[in-house]
Design a protein. Structure first.
Length: 221
């Protein structure tokens, strides 16, 4: 009630001064728009109607291409869209996404400073694991995304992202905390935020991995 009265008093003071338009402040986290003629947007337009994986194309609501800064130094790659992502057409917007935002902020960056994508651009029904042929179908899109964004560092989130990028069958527990290369780009695998929600005791290990990324980005700037 107090804040309503304050707002009313503020509006009355504006009217008494003859001000008809209320000044607005842009939110600090307004996402950076990728210009429509950007090659990344052109790639997105190619991917949106993709039906290479017949089952996924039938069951998905949207194709979740990716979002963020098209010139980001740091790129995150996850597994595949979940329910919320499929509904909204954006990567990492559910509970795991909220944790990813906190992880990004833990190294002094904002979500709009990085680029976020997945290995698969379509949600597997019931959030089942991606099938090997689906990963093979979608991999060229991720490869092109990375080539266009040219990040300095890729953070691979979870088993599927790390195994796809590094072409290995090793588990994330073995891979995390060490540097690898993908097409000349440094890759740091760490736990997927969805795993961290189920296993919060491993958050500390992800924090260690993120500190290594922070140091690497510092050296590069
Ligand atoms: S997952 Fe990738 S390859 Fe498969 S239908 Fe979706 S966009 Fe196409």
């Amino acid at each position: 009630m107090k804040s309503l009265k304050k707002a009313e008093a503020y509006l009355n003071s504006l009217i008494s001064r003859g001000i008809k338009n209320i000044p607005t402040v842009k939110p600090a986290t307004e996402p950076k728009q990728v210009p429509s003629n950007n090659p990344l947007n052109e790639l997105k337009q190619q991917v949106l109607p993709c039906k290479l994986c017949a089952e996924l194309a039938q069951t998905r609501k949207t194709v979740v291409f990716g979002s963020g800064d098209a010139q980001a130094k740091l790129m995150f790659v996850g597994e595949a869209p979940g329910f919320d992502e499929d509904q909204q057409g954006l990567p990492f917007v559910g509970k795991a996404g909220q944790l990813l935002t906190k992880i990004i902020e833990s190294i002094g960056l904002k979500r709009e400073d990085v680029y976020i994508a997945n290995v698969l651009k379509c949600r597997p029904p019931g959030n089942r694991n991606p099938l090997p042929e689906e990963v093979i179908n979608c991999q060229p899109y991720l490869k092109k995304q990375i080539a266009l964004i040219q990040p300095k560092v890729i953070c691979a989130l979870g088993n599927f992202a790390a195994q796809t990028l590094l072409q290995t069958s090793s588990s994330i527990t073995r891979l995390r905390g060490k540097w690898y290369q993908y097409e000349g780009v440094k890759v740091m695998p760490t736990f997927h935020p969805a795993y961290l929600l189920r296993n919060p005791e491993d958050k500390r290990k992800t924090w260690e991995d993120m500190k290594m990324i922070r140091e690497e980005l510092k050296c590069l700037s």
